[in-house]
Ligand binder design. Sequence first.
Ligand SMILES: NC(=O)C1=CN([C@@H]2O[C@H](COP(=O)(O)OP(=O)(O)OC[C@H]3O[C@@H](n4cnc5c(N)ncnc54)[C@H](O)[C@@H]3O)[C@@H](O)[C@H]2O)C=CC1
Ligand SMILES: O=C(O)C1=N[C@H](C(=O)O)C[C@H](O)C1
Length: 255
Amino acid sequence: MIRVCIAGVTGWVGQPLAAAVEAAEDLELVAAVARRARGESLGRLTISGSVEDALAVPSDVFVDYTSAVAVKDNVLAAVRTGRHAVVGSSGLTDDDLRELDEAARSAKVGVLAVGNFAITAALLQRFAIEAARHLPSWEILDSAYAGKMDAPSGTARELAWRLSEVRAPEVEVPVEKTVGDVAARGATVNQSRIHSMRLPGYTIGLEIRFGQQDERLTLSYDGGPGATPYVAGTLLAIRRVHEFVGVVRGMDRLL
Ligand SMILES: NC(=O)C1=CN([C@@H]2O[C@H](COP(=O)(O)OP(=O)(O)OC[C@H]3O[C@@H](n4cnc5c(N)ncnc54)[C@H](O)[C@@H]3O)[C@@H](O)[C@H]2O)C=CC1
Ligand SMILES: O=C(O)C1=N[C@H](C(=O)O)C[C@H](O)C1
């Protein structure tokens, strides 16, 4: 039986994830965190108001679906107390992930940090890597709901990082030589250009556009209004994270 602690348990993903953990025969939800629901009951448990309180309960895997502001400290606290961690929350930078990797290695635990647990997003990433081997120029468009606080999205950051392992995209006019406002060229993440839009009416989406003379290729991912796609991927990560030591990024190693 894998004992699970979920931070962000009342959230869009946390809530259905807790129900799925409770329903699984090999998993047990032993602790949960949500600041505003502190003291409320969730099945047999009482929701903790802080990660520190939740980590006082013995558990094997800590799962974070809180926010870009809280995730780093939460996961550091979990790995330092010997928990494997599954990171759903977005907002972690490459430097944050290096710091978490160091902490996880010294505690000999695994951290699976996945920008997007949906299979369709994982497939976009795989197809984009293949395309980048043949097409040297691309830019990334990240779209999300108006209230999403972090940019670029975790999905976009992870894609840029994976593409950097293939090559740096070719650009004709170096971005710093832009005439006008350099910000109009988007953010540079691992050498890829990312343009983030935050608009009402949108949920979450990612597009990568490749271009070369006389032809274009666009790969596009669209997340719908429900959290179901993320729950299945997160359950897989909870079951497999004990196989790793240190930080592992992306769904690839699980597929
Ligand atoms: N990797 C993936 O596949 C996915 C990642 N996400 C990311 O997960 C995060 C959470 O997303 P949602 O579930 O939509 O958020 P949400 O706002 O619906 O829920 C957040 C939950 O975290 C709790 N929370 C917020 N700040 C906290 C803190 N400082 N300490 C303890 N608890 C705290 C809230 O009380 C709530 O229970 C976001 O960063 C989002 O980008 C969301 C969906 C899928
Ligand atoms: O904020 C969200 O909701 C999501 N964020 C993730 C990200 O930052 O990539 C992905 C997920 O599809 C939903």
